[in-house]
Design a protein around this ligand. Structure first.
Ligand code: 3H9
Length: 701
């Protein structure tokens, strides 16, 4: 079957793109469109042309794989397609269903007219791949939609739905009913009218908002920190206002090509494909029959349990939330209600939808109420004994094929599963990130005995909740938290060696992290680690390397933000960390205690000591089989730990540094410092020796 088909329907030539799954503009598609338009123009009986997509949508844009592959020599491309429309004596109508994204919308905007079904979306998501639209989108969209709306769409990358697209003038008509029939009628009508059939390039009336660009730069400052593409988008739209059309196109092309080559774009393209790969589990068929999950239960109405219950409700799944007493239940339900009300007040949810979702959450006090639900997530206190106790109770009441999951950040889920041996094929871990109703990451912890069907079902439930589920194996801290130990550990160690907390945090903030590791420790509460160390030390926290300053701070009642002091001072009602000379003194005390000589640190050393343990442990996790692929680890860090998406995640980023450089430094720090997180991973060594990156490892069998 060819990628583009041409047929005549009465007096209209219909060009249909058939390139599943999303009709990307792969090699062969531009040529097919050009040929179709030529054939229609050569036929005197044809008065107009309709361009339409087969399957799920119109055209999803350029084939993203080809930004990293050579385009076949001599093969037609976007500009040939656009030229064919502009040179067509007969009006071309784009008929849009599903999606017209990126180059798909650009192709549509280069047609004379556009019609759309009410459910379709149009957008320029290129910025999310690290570049501006490159086939005229930044020049045509402002001409159709106006500068402000066009700029908003191009800089955010977010699509708009058909009714809004019509309101803005991006499309000419919304078709209720059959799209092709509607498009044929529209095309015939336009052909009969005799024109003129105006092209977007010739419309200048909406190019009047010249003063908004600096305001836009200001607006995106926080969100686009460290990135080039959003600013590149602004430059391109500015060119639409300032330059004649053809010069604007030239300017857009230069900026586009420059951005496509950037590390930022390579990282964002890596993330695009990483997200698509994440749902695939080797050995489990894509179409495996899933267990129906029509009802659910959540144990614990605390912050975590409440957030998880909201996730079920958001997915339209009725959920019973269980607590030990009425007071805790009421408190939990009130918190859920408040969370939803906040979203309503921000205009991101309608009152009606909030009411529907609240109606799906049923507070209960008796385990018996969970007897008939399809899936239970327990989110009770994070200790093994409590979890085992809860599983015993679930075992007594739940139906035999109920899926039982433990929401835990560290505990051995195999050990929990072993307490209900008759059910172990139905037991696994779900590690939600706090706040569970907001954070996109969900680690799905694959236990030894869990069935493929149950694993696939929980992955699917995660997607229904609009999460990004990532499969992790059972190891201490799974993927994300296991890797963190080296990151936070090194920050604390460097403080004892003389690096000021504010320098460490600034280096990591400038790298692109939302906050530095010590500011994060203050936010999370220093007392959590302290209390674990006290338990381990039989009531007293032993001063080991990396815990001295934190122990001392806690002994002084400085637990972090919640007490107004931790590694930093926080003024009343202000979350800005202020450096504290007292902490500098504690660091000196630590150095004296351990017999260390304090010294100045370069920013480069700080970066290496925070980041390289992440990479080294990540490689270890991969090698031990606790992550399916390196790109999954990248997604964990981007979506659960605020790692800058434009750096592609720690494993991808390591490739930009060069794995040999990273490996050599890991060996050096291992020799100098000796901590377990520096023990060089054999996989890292192998890839470094072979001159490979983690992406190459993901391609290996
Ligand atoms: C562009 O257009 C540049 C131009 O301005 C200038 C050029 C000169 N290419 O997401 P799904 C694959 S840049 C290649 O799971 P859904 C995807 O990898 C482009 N492959 O489906 C997956 O493969 P697999 C601007 C693509 O229904 C399969 O299709 N456009 C592309 O959840 C299914 O994808 C965009 O950024 C592509 N363009 O969502 C749109 N798109 O099965 C990107 C998808 O092997 N695409 N694939 O894993 C999307 O946003 C979503 O895929 C879409 C469908 C909404 C279309």
């Amino acid at each position: 079957m060819s990628l583009v088909n041409y047929e005549k329907r009465g007096a209209v030539g219909v060009v249909t793109v058939t390139n599943p799954p999303v009709n990307a503009m792969s090699p062969g598609v531009p040529k097919g469109i050009v040929n179709g338009v030529a054939e229609a123009n050569a036929d005197d009986d044809v008065k107009a042309i309709v361009l339409i997509g087969a399957g799920r949508g119109f055209i999803a844009g350029a084939d993203i794989r080809y930004f990293s592959l050579p385009w076949p020599e001599g093969e037609e491309n976007f500009s040939d397609v656009i030229k064919s429309f502009e040179g067509s004596a007969k009006p071309v109508v784009a008929a849009i269903h599903g999606h017209a994204l990126g180059g798909g919308l650009e192709v549509a905007m280069a047609c004379h007219y556009r019609v759309i079904v009410p459910t379709a979306q149009v957008g320029q998501p290129e910025v999310k791949l690290g570049f501006p639209p490159g086939a005229g989108g930044t020049q045509r969209l402002p001409r159709l939609a106006g500068v402000k709306a066009g700029l908003d769409m191009i800089v955010s990358g977010n699509p708009v739905r058909a009714p809004r697209a019509a309101e803005l003038g991006i499309v000419d008509k919304v078709i209720d009913g059959d799209l092709l029939e509607g498009a044929l009628a529209f095309a015939e009508e336009k052909a009969a009218s005799g024109g003129p059939h105006r092209l977007a390039r010739d419309l200048d009336a909406k190019l009047d908002d010249a003063g908004i660009f600096d305001a836009k730069r200001q607006e995106i400052k926080r969100r686009a920190r460290g990135m080039r593409a959003p600013y590149a988008c602004i430059e391109c739209v500015e060119a639409a206002v300032e330059l004649p059309f053809d010069e604007g196109i030239k300017r857009e092309r230069e900026i586009f090509e420059d951005c496509v080559k950037s590390d930022e774009s390579k990282a964002l393209r890596h993330v695009f494909f990483a997200e698509r790969a994440a749902g695939k589990i080797p050995g489990i068929a894509k179409d495996i029959a899933l267990r129906p999950v029509k009802t659910a239960g959540v144990l614990g109405a605390g912050t975590m349990g409440g957030g998880i219950a909201m996730n079920f409700a958001n997915a339209g799944i009725p959920v019973r939330i269980l607590e030990q007493n009425q007071e805790a239940l009421d408190k939990g339900m009130a918190r859920i209600e408040k969370n939803y009300a906040n979203t309503v007040s921000k205009g991101r949810l309608s009152q009606d939808d909030m009411d529907k979702r609240m109606g799906l959450i049923e507070p209960v006090l008796d385990y018996a109420a969970l007897g008939d639900v399809d899936m239970v997530i327990e989110a009770v206190f994070e200790t093994m004994d409590v979890k085992k106790n809860v599983f015993a109770k679930l075992d007594a009441v739940c139906k035999p094929d109920a899926i039982l999951t433990s929401n835990t950040s560290y505990l051995n889920v195999d050990e929990i599963a072993a307490t209900v041996p008759g059910r172990s094929g139905n037991v696994l871990g779900t590690h939600f990130f706090s706040p569970a109703n907001v954070m996109r990451l969900l680690e799905v912890v694959r236990t030894e005995n869990v069935s493929d069907q149950v694993l696939a079902t929980v992955m699917d439930v995660g997607k229904r909740m609009r999460k990004l589920p990532i499969v992790a194996g059972v190891c201490h801290g799974f993927i994300g938290n296991r890797m963190l130990e080296g990151y936070f550990g090194e920050a604390a160690l460097m403080v004892e060696e003389g690096a000021p907390p504010q320098q460490i945090d600034k280096v990591m903030y400038d790298f692109g992290m939302a906050m530095g590791p010590l500011a994060v420790s203050d936010l999370a509460g220093l007392d959590i680690g302290w209390s674990k160390r006290k338990d381990a030390g039989g009531g007293e926290a032993v001063h080991e390397r990396g815990s001295f300053v934190s122990n001392k701070l806690c002994e002084m009642g400085r637990f972090g933000q919640k007490t107004g002091r931790g590694y930093y001072i926080y003024e009343q009602g202000n979350r800005t960390p202020v450096p504290d000379p007292e902490v500098a003194q504690l660091a000196k005390d630590a150095a004296a205690h351990f017999g260390l000589e304090t010294r100045d640190f370069s920013d480069q050393e700080i970066l290496e000591r925070c980041m390289y343990p992440l990479v080294n442990i990540g490689a270890q996790i991969l090698d031990e089989g606790f992550a399916l692929r390196a790109s999954d680890i990248d997604l964990v860090y981007i979506n659960g730990y605020a790692f800058p998406v434009w750096r592609g995640g720690p494993m991808h980023w390591a490739g930009t540094v060069g794995l040999k450089t990273v490996y050599d430094a890991v060996c050096r720090y291992h020799d100098e410092l000796g901590f377990a997180h520096w023990k060089p991973s054999p996989l890292l060594k192998r890839l470094a020796d072979e001159g490979k990156a983690f992406e190459d490892y993901d391609q290996e069998d």
